[in-house]
Write a protein that binds this ligand. Structure first.
Ligand SMILES: [Zn+2]
Length: 225
């Protein structure tokens, strides 16, 4: 594990999750298999919607949002009629729904987005929204909450919880804490700043001008206390 592993720029140590297109850190595989097995015995099918994500992939999302090639939505999910002209306003609008490349916890390979595959209606495309969590996935999330509360989740917990940092609560996002802890230790903000200085990233000056605040609001609140 290296400094770059925390930014999605070093893929050594990642392994494929059997029967999926996703990859995670080696140390996440066994606990994930165990969680999947107990979910199954409770009547749920733990389905992965996202796992490891590279810096390049997050950069592509970021740059497409910054240039209007991907729909930019406001806090209520309504598409902006036109892109904000001010770089800082635009940056904050993107941050509402998308992580800054290098700061996504999906870079760690220890965090996953999960749903209950048994509850997805045929032909329905999962969007990962609050409405889904309160609706079709509500029984699954109640079950997952009780597993976490009773410490029967094999090290997995939720990290994007209400009242913590500036990232919206995401019930579907779980982190394997013992593995993530190691990546959090590797996270070096000076190294990340150097990555941005060299990267072909939109809104670079807004990012660098507000760097400390971005770390304070979008990165460190989610590290293990
Ligand atoms: Zn996620």
């Amino acid at each position: 594990m290296t400094t770059l592993s925390a930014f999605g720029l070093d893929e050594n140590g990642l392994v494929s999750i059997p029967e999926t297109e996703y990859r995670v850190c080696q140390s996440v595989l066994e606990p994930l298999e165990k969680l999947t097995a107990v979910a199954k015995s409770a009547g749920f099918s733990l389905r992965i919607e996202s796992a490891y994500r590279s810096f390049e992939r997050q950069l592509s999302i970021w740059n497409r949002k910054a240039t209007g090639k991907l729909t930019l939505r406001d806090a209520q999910g309504v598409p902006f009629p036109e892109l904000p002209q001010d770089e800082e306003i635009l940056m904050r609008a993107i941050l509402f729904w998308s992580a800054l490349p290098g700061t996504s916890r999906h870079h760690f390979g220890t965090d996953l987005d999960v749903v209950d595959g048994n509850s997805v209606p045929a032909g329905y495309e999962v969007e990962l929204t609050e409405e889904e969590c309160d609706g079709m996935f509500a029984p699954f999330h109640r079950w997952l909450s009780s597993q976490i509360d009773e410490k029967k989740s094999f090290g997995f917990t939720r990290v994007f919880v209400p009242g913590c940092g500036k990232i919206q609560p995401e019930r579907w996002h779980i982190s394997h804490r013992p593995s993530a802890r190691e990546l959090e230790k590797c996270f070096d903000e000076k190294a990340l700043r150097a990555v941005y200085e060299k990267a072909d990233i939109c809104l670079k000056s807004a990012i660098l001008d507000n760097f400390d605040e971005l770390m304070r609001d979008y990165v460190y609140p989610y590290f293990e206390k």
